[in-house]
Design a protein around this ligand. Structure first.
Ligand SMILES: C[S@@+](CC[C@H](N)C(=O)[O-])C[C@H]1O[C@@H](n2cnc3c(N)ncnc32)[C@H](O)[C@@H]1O
Length: 450
């Protein structure tokens, strides 16, 4: 069986360009078991399985990290909305503008963009937009098509957005309202296959965020070459701020946007300026927002996010009066961070045993860019409550932001080991986040740091 698992892993690496990980044999074994392809059938599997494209793809889907959430890197969407509006208005002959979410997970990023576009474009402009998404994981594509999401994916939405775009199915699940489920073509398959099937110069924008870190260098560079071929001259490629940069000869960063790239026109020999470049005054990326990938919501979002590892639902806060809690939430949500900090400090003075209050203070300190202070608070919580997995997650994040990558990695390692001991559906201390969800977020942070 071990040999078979190794062979499958090798095939998957070669076929889909995924960077192998230590836990692949374990994940593959579980996946095969779920498919009822156990040891006694492994002989057959060796004969047929390795050439069975569908099976390999299914197994590869089990190995990818499908961490995503709505409105991730909000500044990208703001940029795209303005840019697309300008392009469509200035180029009436452009019948369609095509956007592809490469590695779309359950579709969170492409739905986010669709909603924001529909709000900033008139219907006649919106009708020219074509949206698609591709992912290797079949289950992710099924969810994307159904528009059903776990609350964890909504953790950077505020109450207004949840009410507007979703209907709640149960405590943990939301479905996109029919009026907001735009026609998006979701495809199940590998990015290289999808790319190979497209004619030259087909796409205007590719979102390729948080995918390349999971690919081998070879696969990454082959994909970038493919993107160059299928993108129209001067088209845009969007990566995540912490992804490896594409080759500068092919793609050049936009001024002031270190994660938005434009296909280099000299590479294609054609030069027509489809997309407007923004000056610093038109739009500037929020450097701190981009760095605080999971912790601090992008501009315009509430700080205390009920879907994130939340403080408000923590039972240890019961000693604090309702009035103080409401005021604290309102100051934090309203962006009055300094005032919120003063109030939470008075809570800590009155209730020094309340670790949730320290966590609250740490989140406020992160918003203010006081990473060192946040790290101290979080270290204190983790020291006293070693099973407070959510606090350890924030602790690792605060250290990362404070430039202490090695220490951050160490905490992530401990966190990942602890979470793997739990059952996937076990609820953590906020009574909301499951072990699987936090594990997925922690694995992603680790990828970014390695
Ligand atoms: C971490 S998620 C990122 C989702 C989204 N782009 C975002 O930034 O929120 C990475 C996704 O890429 C998909 N993926 C990774 N390698 C792929 C490949 N070779 N072909 C298709 N999808 C792939 C994974 O299945 C996963 O859903």
């Amino acid at each position: 069986m071990e040999l078979l698992l190794d062979q499958i892993a090798q095939h998957i690496q070669q076929r889909y360009g995924l960077e192998p990980k230590d836990d692949w044999p374990r994940v593959l074994r579980t996946a095969l078991k779920k498919m009822d392809l156990t040891e006694d059938k492994s002989k057959d599997l060796r004969k047929t399985g390795l050439s069975d494209e569908r099976l390999l793809q299914k197994l590869a889907g089990h190995l990818t990290i499908k961490e995503s959430y709505f409105f991730r890197y909000y500044s990208h969407f703001e940029y795209l909305c303005s840019s697309i509006k300008h392009t469509l208005t200035e180029n009436p002959e452009l019948t369609s503008l095509t956007i592809w979410s490469a590695g779309c997970a359950q579709g969170q990023e492409i739905y986010s963009l669709a909603w924001l576009l529909s709000e900033s474009l008139e219907a006649r402009l919106m009708s020219r937009i074509r949206l698609s998404g591709t992912d290797l994981d079949e289950q992710a594509i099924i969810s994307a098509r159904q528009g059903i999401f776990h609350a964890w994916s909504l953790r950077h939405t505020n109450a207004f957005q949840r009410e507007k775009y979703f209907q709640k199915i149960d405590e943990l699940h939301y479905q996109i309202k029919p009026s907001y489920s735009f026609p998006i073509a979701f495809n199940h398959g590998s990015l290289s296959d999808y790319c190979a099937g497209l004619p030259d110069q087909t796409l205007d924008i590719i979102l390729f965020r948080n995918v390349s870190i999971y690919l081998t260098k070879k696969a990454r560079s082959a994909l970038y070459k493919g993107f160059k071929r299928i993108l129209k001259p001067n088209a845009l490629l969007i990566i995540s701020p912490s992804d490896p940069f594409p080759d500068e000869v092919m793609f050049q960063p936009e001024p002031e946007h270190r994660s938005i790239f434009r296909l280099n026109p000299t590479e294609t020999g054609v030069s027509w300026n489809t997309f407007r470049s923004f000056s610093k005054n038109d739009h500037s990326e929020h450097v701190v927002d981009m760095k605080l990938i999971h912790s601090i919501p992008a501009s315009g979002f509430t700080l205390v996010d009920p879907e994130a590892p939340a403080l408000t639902s923590w039972p240890d806060l019961t000693g604090v009066s309702e009035k103080v809690m409401t005021r604290l939430a309102s100051l934090s949500n309203g962006g009055q961070t300094h005032e919120a900090l003063e109030l939470v400090e008075s809570v800590i003075r009155d209730h020094p045993e309340l670790y949730a209050a320290y966590l609250w203070r740490a989140k406020l300190q992160l918003t203010l860019g006081n990473f060192f202070a946040a790290t101290n608070d979080l270290r204190n919580i983790v020291f006293h409550e070693s099973n407070n997995h959510i606090a350890r997650y924030w602790y690792a994040l605060a250290m990362e932001l404070n430039g202490e990558s090695k220490r951050s990695l160490l905490q992530l390692k401990i966190l990942i080991e602890n979470l793997k001991k739990l059952k996937e559906d076990d609820l953590l201390m906020d009574n909301h986040t499951t072990a699987k969800e936090l594990l997925s977020a922690a694995l992603e942070r680790r990828e970014h740091l390695l």
